[in-house]
Design a protein around this ligand. Structure first.
Ligand code: NAD
Ligand code: DAU
Length: 330
């Protein structure tokens, strides 16, 4: 099986490549990645079954050539960080919308199976006391340029399935944690701050809730969808991991041997979504998928250990990320 993984040098994509080598040993993997600030070739395993092509998913020449030779395209490439989208939305439109369009045209032309990786952010946010969670039929209601462009990409995929019979599926997952995540994101930012002797930074009161899932569970669900999902369907991926940000910061501090209150409150993110929560019943019941990581505290401790052991991997990103946060006042 020839697998084309877009964005495979990023956090979730590089973990997907690693998982794929284990669960599909016969697979030959081509990673197409622009190696933006968020991509790192060193995140990929050195293995003869994996090759990295540096290129832009919005470049039709590069994309056509690679798609033509693939059996399946798994599309992770995106601009993924909300704070950046509030600072400069254009790269989000370029990659998330134009890039996805370019891939869809290529899989349409060459009749190649496509799986689109998306996010729960497209549904907007929930109230803290809302008994409902997001389901595949929740109306789209994105809040930020990041989530609006991801919503746009999902709608393009749906339209290409219906209008052109493209063989595609979509997954919308909740917040991922685990190794190889860029230090701009919430959990690695706080871990690496503490390693550097800097206090963690909590936006606003820290009551916002995210539904945490280990990256390996996200990726095992993606394979379940590619293997057994129905064409044209949307599957939600989540592991019932709702926690507010204040609790997560306190847990990180505790795991790292610091007082639980040793953090700073900083300015809130404009338009900050209050709560995300996934109902993954369809994915579990239809595909028989179950998450393997059920203990967030244990997964967090493993993640802390990974960042302690891999300073060479994250050190170069750290100063640049913190400069950006300093400019944004966060
Ligand atoms: P990331 O920012 O770590 O990685 C994105 C990768 O895409 C990088 O390697 C980057 O170089 C590459 N890229 C960006 N623009 C490109 C372009 N124009 N052409 C080719 N490559 C390009 O992101 P991530 O956190 O790994 O997210 C991967 C996917 O999963 C995204 O589609 C995101 O929306 C989705 N997702 C993420 C989360 C999460 O918690 N991080 C949750 C649900 C869904
Ligand atoms: O839900 C899926 C989404 O999860 C993905 O679509 C995005 O690509 C991914 O980045 C993530 O989005 P969030 O905005 O939820 O993640 P982030 O790591 O930026 O922030 C998580 C929460 O922590 C959010 O409520 C903001 C807060 N936060 C973040 C940072 C960086 C802080 O309190 N302090 C921080 O320093």
């Amino acid at each position: 099986m020839k697998v084309l993984v877009t964005g495979g040098a990023g956090f979730i994509g590089s973990n997907f490549v690693r998982l794929t080598l284990q669960v599909k040993p016969e697979a030959r993997i081509t990673v197409l990645d622009a190696l933006t600030y968020a991509g790192n070739g060193e995140s990929l395993p050195a293995d003869e079954r994996v090759r990295l092509i540096q290129g832009d998913i919005a470049d039709p020449d590069v994309v056509n050539e690679l798609v033509k030779n693939a059996d399946v395209v798994v599309h992770f490439a995106a601009e993924s960080h909300n704070d950046n989208s509030l600072d400069n939305p254009w790269p989000f439109v370029h990659t998330n919308v134009v890039g996805t369009f370019t891939l869809l045209e290529a899989v349409r032309r060459h009749d190649v199976r496509f799986h689109h990786i998306s996010t729960d952010e497209v549904y907007g946010d929930l109230e803290l006391d809302d008994p409902a969670k997001f389901t595949p039929t929740t109306p789209y209601n994105p809040s930020s340029p990041s989530s609006a462009t991801k919503a746009g990409s999902d709608l393009l995929v749906r339209a290409w399935v219906r209008s052109f019979q493209v063989e595609a599926t979509i997954s919308n997952c909740s917040n991922n944690y685990g190794p190889l995540q860029h230090v701009e994101k919430f959990i690695p930012r706080q871990i690496t701050n503490i390693i550097d002797g800097v206090k963690p930074k909590l936006y606003g009161a820290g009551l916002n809730v995210r539904d945490w899932i280990h990256v390996d569970d996200h990726n095992s669900a993606v394979w379940a969808i590619i293997d057994r999902g129905r064409i044209g369907e949307t599957y939600l991926i989540g592991a019932d991991g709702e926690l507010d940000n204040k609790t997560v910061i306190e847990m990180i501090l505790e795991v790292m041997g610091q007082p639980r209150d040793a953090y700073d409150h900083v300015a809130d993110r404009p338009g900050h979504d209050m709560r995300y929560a996934i109902d993954a019943t369809k994915t579990r019941e239809e595909l028989g998928w179950e998450p393997g990581f059920r203990d967030f505290a244990a997964g967090l401790a493993d993640t802390v250990a990974w960042y302690r052991e891999h300073e060479d991997w994250w050190r170069r990103q750290k100063a640049e990320a913190e400069e950006r946060y300093a400019r944004l006042g966060r």
